[in-house]
Design a protein around this ligand. Structure first.
Ligand code: PLP
Length: 389
């Protein structure tokens, strides 16, 4: 099923429920069963190998078909984690002597992969100075094979001008890889503006219930064929039980994202107007540096992550984040329950405090990953905690 043509084809809400999730051909079960089997008998006269490490177990292929439809891509691959997805994607494009240009703000695990592991394989990385596409051209060389960015970055929620970057890269013959985890395929489908490989941490919004670890890739049939070849030998395959949970979670992706984003907008507007808050960051707030880009490249909302800086010291903020009734103190995002963390103690703990401040990430910064609770309860919780109660 192709979802590329959203005007005539089925809409994302319908695809989320139905794409890939046919009745089980063997039994008529409405839900794709968990084929908890490592291997499969050869069909008569056919020697095609069906083996769960290869990503062709029927519980895996169901989730892959659903994802391809939602991303509007020819093909998709499910992997054992977001990091397995990004590592497999990069190694499917780059080898010794190749060069990558990457966005300045990336997920911590991706930074470690680029800074510590890829140089050992002879792959060099340059970070573009900022989100401006001209900076990406300046950072590129003859050996540049890949441009890598995140649709919405953490924790400042900078929104990349994906269509501009994809067009520039294409003109130079450079492959593009986008980590679209914070947007999910509901708010952005990078394949629709020419991005070659789209990665998601399925652990977050796709799964949606903080109960699994998974990653996904989507792109052309040829790009996914090459990534699958690498999956065969790197082995980051998704277990059938996790594939089942991921597929089940994705059925409600569209309705969950609508509420995550409604909560994100409502909480961001509340915080932006609160006297105890120095600064609130959210892609659709008018004072956000990328609000214009966001209006062009994000459809239907800005996601469920909101960052703010209270008028408090870092240790007072530590007390604040322990005062919530509904919002649990934990890393990660994308689940139905709201979570809170402080980047200076989690995602950016390894960065020196001075560098953090330079990047606009003060020690008292708070990151909210809003769930799907009623926004009034979340706002009451924040209001009470900011009042010191
Ligand atoms: C969580 C996350 C990852 C890594 O995903 P895992 O499933 O934990 O391996 C990568 N990128 C972003 C933006 C993330 O939030």
């Amino acid at each position: 099923m192709r979802a590329g043509d959203q005007r005539n084809g089925p809409r994302p809400d319908t695809l989320a429920v139905h794409a890939g999730s046919g009745p089980d051909p063997a039994t008529g079960a409405v839900v794709t069963p968990i084929y908890q089997s490592s291997t499969f008998l050869y069909p008569a006269g056919d020697r095609a190998l069906q083996y769960t490490r290869y990503g062709n177990n029927p519980t895996q292929t169901a989730v892959q078909e659903k994802l391809a439809a939602l991303e509007g891509a020819e093909a998709a691959l499910a992997l054992s984690s977001g990091m397995a997805a990004i590592a497999t994607a990069i190694l499917s494009v780059c080898g010794r002597g190749d060069h990558i240009v990457a966005a300045p703000a990336l997920y911590g695990g991706t930074h470690s992969l680029l800074d510590r592991e890829l140089p050992r394989l002879g792959i060099e990385v340059t970070y573009a100075e900022d989100v401006d596409p001209a900076a990406w051209e300046r950072a590129s060389r003859d050996e540049t094979r890949l441009w890598l960015w995140e649709a919405i970055s953490n924790p400042l929620l900078r929104v990349a001008d994906g269509p501009a970057l994809a067009a520039l890269a294409r003109a130079r013959g450079i492959t593009t890889l986008v980590d679209a985890t914070f947007a999910s395929p509901i708010h952005q489908r990078p394949a629709s503006f020419g991005v070659d490989l789209v990665m998601q941490s399925g652990t977050k919004y796709l799964g949606g219930h903080s109960d699994l670890i998974a990653g996904t890739l989507a792109g052309s049939a040829e790009r996914i064929r090459r990534a699958t070849e690498l999956l065969h030998v790197l082995g980051g395959s998704l277990d059938p039980h996790a594939a089942f949970l991921l597929e089940r979670g994705m059925k409600t992706l569209a309705v969950r994202m609508a509420r995550h984003s409604e909560n994100g907008r409502a909480v961001a507007e509340f915080l932006a107007g609160h006297p105890g808050v120095e600064r609130a960051h959210y892609p659709t707030l008018p004072d956000h540096p990328d609000s214009g880009v966001a209006a062009r490249v994000l459809t239907g909302g800005g996601g469920g992550v909101v960052t703010f800086v209270p008028r408090l010291t870092a240790s007072e903020t530590e007390a604040l984040v322990g005062r919530f009734r509904w919002i649990g103190l934990a890393p990660s995002l994308g689940g139905v329950e709201s979570l809170v963390s402080m980047p200076s103690m989690t995602s950016h703990r390894m960065m020196p405090a001075e560098k953090r401040r330079e990047r606009g990430i003060p020690d008292a910064m708070v990151r909210l990953a809003l769930g799907i609770e009623d926004p009034s309860d979340l706002i009451d919780d924040l209001d009470r905690a900011l009042a010191g109660r």
